[in-house]
Write a protein that binds this ligand. Structure first.
Ligand code: SAM
Length: 553
């Protein structure tokens, strides 16, 4: 397989989308979950009624409302969230901002777009510059929520389900009040209204009502993603919004894009068990990136979701937590926690040697955190500068003996990998390919230490590594110079490793993206690659046997 193939497939996958608003959530049969009495500490929640198997779909649902992010509008159908068909997408002739596969998709979306189209034209006419001519996605999504309420009336299930979602209006921190108020004004303007009192036809009877709606949106909306987790937009699904958070979740929400009729069924979100769940156990997903250390997770959860997490990982972190640990300086294979100003001497948990290297480590961590922030903000606007930052900073952290799973090293490594891919030379060199394989392998090592088997991010990272190993080598090393310890290996050893990695990736994808979906789009793609590689390896073996027999006879 050529690298261009890999990149083209990757880009095609990234361009693929979902999202749309459906009148009612479509669940695939009654979900084997139940809502018990409301818990004082975490509100509503859902529990398994029966034993749920790892890799099983707990329930599926089409979001009540969804919108694409502005940069995706012209690349994906706003109704079924598919990428452009061969004939290209068709643009709405009125607002000129929303695109569809065809007239069927346009008509499926018309219930919302009818009002949205007028609002978008009004917004564009009043925009101070072309770059803000399309309202940001929260404004467009909230517009759809309000038109949905207006259309379905107050007592409808649709509206009741939206209204039942958790709001934090009465306990918002001042920054959130300010940003919610700002958003409320933008939504009112988008709807063509002049004051909150004009929201009565939408079932909002007071200024508090609109802040409530915005708080519900902030607390309950989720990211709409491709089958490879690329963000596409935002959506609101009241059934998914019933699920509470844990930093050690037993389920995930994915959009595997596996329905038979994308036009009407997509985007379909599926809640999938990533480990066996016993009857009576609460279902948890994670709202945040759980590769982050505890303090950072708590900060995000408190700021965005208004609660202090007391999950198993937050209340009894492993000692040391691989997110905040260094390798033993004596290389005994053990690890020690990061030192701090207050606690400068830390001990290796295995050989118990004590080390005081506070300044070097703390400086490295500060440099790493700073570089991560800068490189993240530059990753699309200035790839080479971002790449320079990751290239220079990763060795500083590794020489301070930060574990590949520790923060910010893991985040920098993952960013470095994606920057290397984005900056790939048109003529692939062996060195450039090997470099990205090493970054990918370091990401996998880090992710495996902090995420459970079957976590989608871990499964996709393994698949990416397998695909990279399977790329045709531009200049394979001769067998006798290969050296078994050189990574990545060359020739047949590389192909074998690609095959093994893809097989492992497929096993994990079958968990994260669901067995009934064949591991989702990526799982199916990986399966095809394994079959092809096994054939190539057989041909390779055959060739070697022929050479040997020629020489022996
Ligand atoms: C998407 S909702 C989950 C369902 C929510 N419990 C309800 O009653 O609608 C998110 C909100 O639930 C609460 N929540 C979720 N997970 C929690 C947890 N582990 N501990 C405490 N509160 C939690 C927080 O108030 C959070 O803002």
């Amino acid at each position: 397989m050529s690298f261009a193939d890999i990149r083209a497939r990757r880009q095609a996958k990234e361009a693929r989308s979902y999202v749309e608003s459906s009148p009612e959530p479509s669940t695939a049969g009654p979900p084997p979950v139940e809502a018990p009495p409301i818990l004082p500490e975490r509100g509503r929640s859902i529990y398994a009624k029966e034993r749920l198997k790892r890799g099983g779909t707990i329930f599926s649902t089409k979001p009540h409302v969804y919108v694409l992010s502005t940069k995706n509008l012209e690349h994906l159908c706003s109704s079924c969230i598919s990428p452009a068909p061969a004939a290209g997408l068709k643009r709405c002739t009125q607002c000129k901002s929303i695109w569809y596969c065809n007239a069927t998709c346009q008509s499926n979306d018309w219930a919302f777009h009818k009002k949205e189209c007028v609002a978008m034209q009004r917004w564009a006419a009043g925009a101070p510059s072309p770059d803000v001519a399309v309202p940001a996605e929260p404004i467009r999504c909230l517009g759809r929520v309000l038109w949905g309420r207006q259309k379905r009336k107050l007592g409808s299930n649709w509206t009741l389900e939206i209204d039942a979602m958790q709001s934090h209006r009465t306990s918002l921190p001042p920054e959130a009040v300010e940003s919610h108020t700002h958003l409320a004004h933008a939504v009112i303007r988008y709807l063509g209204l002049t004051a909150p009192e004009e929201l009565v036809p939408f079932g909002i009877n007071s200024a508090a009502g609109i802040v409530d709606l915005i708080s519900r949106f902030a607390t309950n909306s989720i990211t709409l993603t491709t089958p490879s987790l690329t963000p596409l937009g935002v959506c609101v699904s009241p059934s998914v919004a019933l699920i509470n958070h844990s930093c050690e979740p037993n389920a995930v929400v994915v959009f595997p894009r596996s329905t038979k009729d994308p036009t009407t069924q997509e985007p379909e979100g599926q809640v999938i068990a990533i480990r066996d769940i016993s009857p009576g156990e609460e279902i948890f997903t994670s709202y945040i990136d759980t590769t982050l250390p505890r303090a950072q997770r708590q900060t995000v959860l408190s700021a965005t979701y208004n609660f202090a997490c007391q999950c198993t990982l937050c209340s009894r972190s492993p000692e040391p937590d691989p997110r905040e640990a260094l390798a033993c300086p004596k290389d005994c294979g053990g690890a020690r926690p990061f030192p701090s100003e207050e606690d400068p001497v830390t001990r290796c948990v295995k050989c118990k040697s004590a080390v005081a290297s506070t300044d070097v480590v703390l400086d490295a961590l500060r440099i790493g955190q700073d570089a991560l922030q800068k490189a993240t903000s530059l990753q699309f606007s200035d790839i080479s500068k971002a790449l320079q930052l990751t290239t220079n900073t990763i060795p500083i952290l590794t020489s301070a003996k930060a574990l590949p799973s520790s923060h910010p090293l893991l985040a920098l490594t993952r960013l470095h990998q994606s920057l290397l891919l984005a900056a790939f030379p048109p003529d692939l060199t062996q060195d450039a390919l090997d470099q990205v394989i090493r970054a990918s392998s370091a990401s996998v090592t880090g992710l495996r230490a902090v995420l459970p088997q079957g976590h989608p991010a871990r499964a996709l990272a393994l698949a990416e590594l397998g695909k990279l190993l399977a790329v045709d080598e531009p200049a394979p090393r001769p067998a006798n110079t290969g050296g078994t310890s050189i990574f990545p290996p060359s020739g047949a050893a590389r192909l074998r490793l690609a095959c093994e990695t893809l097989i492992r990736a497929r096993e994990e994808l079958m968990i994260s993206f669901g067995e009934r979906n064949g591991g989702g789009e990526v799982g199916c793609e990986v399966r095809e690659m394994v079959v092809r590689l096994e054939r190539e390896l057989a041909v390779w073996g055959e060739g070697i046997r022929n050479v040997i027999s020629t020489h022996i006879t």
